[in-house]
Ligand binder design. Sequence first.
Ligand SMILES: [Zn+2]
Ligand SMILES: [Zn+2]
Ligand SMILES: [Zn+2]
Length: 103
Amino acid sequence: MPASSYTVAEGQAQDSCEHIAQVATVEPSTPGQCEDCIREGSRWVHLRLCLSCGHMGCCDNSPRRHATAHWHASRHPVIRSAEPGEEWAWCYPDELMLVPIEV
Ligand SMILES: [Zn+2]
Ligand SMILES: [Zn+2]
Ligand SMILES: [Zn+2]
């Protein structure tokens, strides 16, 4: 199910993203859960997976915004949605929506 590669979704400020090349095949650190919320005893809304290291974090609608916090702490540039049925990814440095390339 994991997409092997991504491309920039249409209609955005730029149509290329050098960070896509850094996307790796990762195993979620805590499948189905935000690892930082578990540690802190907080709750998440939606889950985001770091495509550099497999860190499971939570979205910006969550109280603690752990996925964005992970980006600031690690500089790992690309996350994807870990919600069922969602395959989009997001490049933090470029603020670009990415979509999987069907292979
Ligand atoms: Zn980028
Ligand atoms: Zn969290
Ligand atoms: Zn990471």
